[in-house]
Design a binder for this molecule. Sequence first.
Ligand code: SD4
Length: 328
Amino acid sequence: MGISRRDTLGLALAGAAVAGTARAAAPAGNAALVVSTWDFGAAANAAAYSRWKAGGTLVDAVEAGAQVPEADLSNHSVGMGGYPDRDGHVTLDAIIMDDRGHAGAVAALEGYVHAISVARRVMERTPHTMLVGEGAAQFAGEQGFAAQNLLTPEAEAAWKEWLKTAQYKPVANIENQRGTALDHDTIGILARSPDGRLAGACTTSGMAFKLRGRVGDSPQAGCGLLVEPGVGAATATGVGEEVTRIAGAARVVGSMRMGMSAMAACHEAVEHIVKLRGDAVKDAQVAFLAIDNKGEVGAFAILPGFTYAVTDASGHTTVHPSLSLRRA
Ligand code: SD4
């Protein structure tokens, strides 16, 4: 499967001509099969695509994709190697959904690298939609997942360095600046079969050095992820509190249900946050990524710098810079 990068969409767009950009993001006749957040989504898409090609379900595919950054030690905000909270604990948030109303999530899970797989067990083996903290870890153990220490020496060193000043300040788009003090980074991955079925997953260790017990948008249905049959799916990345305030993914999917393109829906949700929050989000990054049931993709961010990976039914992957409301 080939990966190429298109830089033609990299311009910030004030008052975006959204219909045209949606076509550019997912060319007609080349409907997307898997989409995910950030450049590192390309590797996740590859795993998802292989799983689907091998006969897996869409849920199998998004789980396999989400597991890639969870196991990647160099990714400091998803799974193993994720930066800890203020008190030194790595805590993971994840959600998985199909398009039949099934959803499972874990929040503030400690000691289990594949939070997405624990979330899937919540979906498939409990009557609940979310388990948190100690209860989530107890459930993971009972389900046979192996407990391990997720705090790598590198993440511990970064935490100790941070403790010297203990100033919490999210930095926009730090996801793609490897080797820096990453503060947040999430994978949201959405899959759609050629017959229009949908599934999605989202997994993160959330904001680095967050307050103990803090849960962001990612594991909350309708905030970090929503999948709706016959309509589409959406996921979010960036400052989770800003997404949660507006139930971001639900807003994007709702707009698509009312007839907006995936691109227009993502744009609308970003504009809403900026209007609602004004100066409070002047330096904040929030981005939405969506796919409709025909495979048209949309992405929109507050700030430039957000990227996303698109894989079509032939397995070809492209990484796209998102449109954004503000210029650099
Ligand atoms: C959170 N939304 O916990 C996540 C972080 C994130 O890219 O998406 N970073 O707030």
